[in-house]
Design a protein around this ligand. Structure first.
Ligand SMILES: [Zn+2]
Length: 407
């Protein structure tokens, strides 16, 4: 089978890698940032705008889509790509994280999780097999094994038992996924020929029904170094297309988050992509890249935009502050995003204060551009062999200026 991931280069003084991941809907250059499309939409941004921002992959939240509009609606439209009109790669999560953070009355057992959703309280049950089935119906290019994401802080014994259950769930996900691709492979001709007969332009859009979905396993283990190591070894033993580190950025101090990743990383194979889930700030992303991580997703650029916060090389700006009222400069000098090319801080501040939708959209576009461009800069610096100087200078400058601003 053709390899889906290739490491194209590595940094000299850290574990940073430059890679390329091939999926049914296109190529992802790593390190990569994945904008989060929680409910089938990256808040406030159209698929066309995402393409203009050079986003190569977006994330869809299985739990949210499962609760609303529900699988039947998405199946009716032919999967998430067609429903949302995003034709690039999509990663869907397993739903586990939201079940554990949003849903009510959870009952976790070996078999799976029973819960009441946070919208209308309807009861539902998700097992590893059902998580695979839902994600197959959504049609994501990368799908995630069901895991239990434990909170911080967490007792050692619970973290240990939970990580072991996550491994058993991962095994069941893998088996369900293999079974599905085998049964798909046994009846590909009718579907495949119907697809190619339809139209050339549509061939990629429907390829996901027959192309194998890449399945990533998730390492857990909380903030315990030995559990992180054991979890990584057990998950790698099951042989996935990629490996995620979950249960990080859940309220633990940054130092513990870094240690959790450092404890698992040496046990992950170098020839597979590594995904650090649900983080983080711009300096954290660069630190994670230096620790061998390749993929990231985070709601910060879109969530903070909604309260007027913009990311820059020198920390965040809260555009609601009075100091920006008469400021004619763009959010960030030399930024090539639409917001910065066309509008002043003073105008965007006015829009945010007046609760005009355009204000939130402009900051969102800038913030997404910032995150995506930061990954692009990291890739170029790794290729040049200068990533570690770049990272150290960026992190120092960002943190110092941010601290000065807060005081
Ligand atoms: Zn900008």
């Amino acid at each position: 089978m053709q390899k889906s991931f290739e490491v194209l280069g590595s940094a000299r003084d850290s574990k940073a890698r430059r890679g390329r991941l091939t999926t049914a809907h296109g190529i992802i250059d790593t390190p990569a940032f994945m904008p989060v499309g929680t409910q089938g939409s990256v808040k406030g941004v159209s698929p066309g705008e995402l393409r203009e921002l050079d986003a190569q992959i977006i994330l869809g939240n299985t739990y949210h889509l499962f609760v609303r509009p529900g699988l039947d609606v998405i199946k009716h439209f032919g999967g998430l790509h067609k429903f949302t009109n995003w034709d690039g790669p999509i990663l869907t999560d397993s739903g586990g994280y939201q079940i554990f953070s949003l849903a009510k009355l959870r009952k976790i057992a070996e078999d799976g999780v029973e819960f009441q959703n946070h919208i209308d309280g309807a009861r539902a049950f998700i097992s590893p097999e059902i998580a695979m089935e839902i994600q197959a119906a959504l049609g994501g290019d990368i799908v995630m094994a069901l895991d239990e994401c434990i909170p911080y802080p967490c007792e050692y014994d619970y973290a240990a038992q939970s990580a072991e259950m996550t491994t058993r769930w991962a095994k069941r996900c893998k088996e369900a996924n293999v079974q599905r691709s085998t049964s798909n492979a046994q009846r590909p001709t009718t579907v495949a020929s119907a697809v190619s007969a339809e139209s050339k332009g549509d061939a990629l859009g429907t390829a996901h029904t027959t192309a194998r979905q890449l399945l990533f396993g998730i390492v857990q283990g909380g903030t315990f170094e030995d559990l992180r190591k054991q979890s990584a070894q057990a998950i790698v033993e099951l042989d996935f297309d990629g490996y995620a580190i979950g249960g990080v950025s859940v309220g633990e101090p940054e130092e513990k988050m870094m240690r959790a990743v450092e404890s698992a990383e040496p046990f992950l194979p170098k020839d597979k992509p590594r995904y650090a889930m649900g983080l983080g700030t711009p300096p954290q992303l660069l630190e994670m890249i230096a620790r061998g991580m390749d993929m990231f997703d985070c709601v910060l650029p879109t969530r903070l935009a909604r309260n007027g916060t913009a990311f820059t090389d020198t920390g965040t700006l809260n555009l609601k502050n009075a100091e920006f009222a008469l400021d004619k400069r763009p959010i960030e000098e030399n930024c090539t995003c639409d917001a910065c090319r066309e509008f002043s801080r003073g105008y965007i501040r006015h829009l945010i204060k007046a609760e005009e939708i355009l204000g939130l959209r402009l900051i969102t576009l800038h913030n997404l551009h910032f995150y995506l461009n930061l990954m692009n800069r990291a890739r170029i610096e790794i290729e040049r062999g200068t990533f570690d100087q770049f990272r150290k200078a960026f992190v120092a400058d960002y943190k110092t200026r941010e601290a000065m601003r807060v005081e």
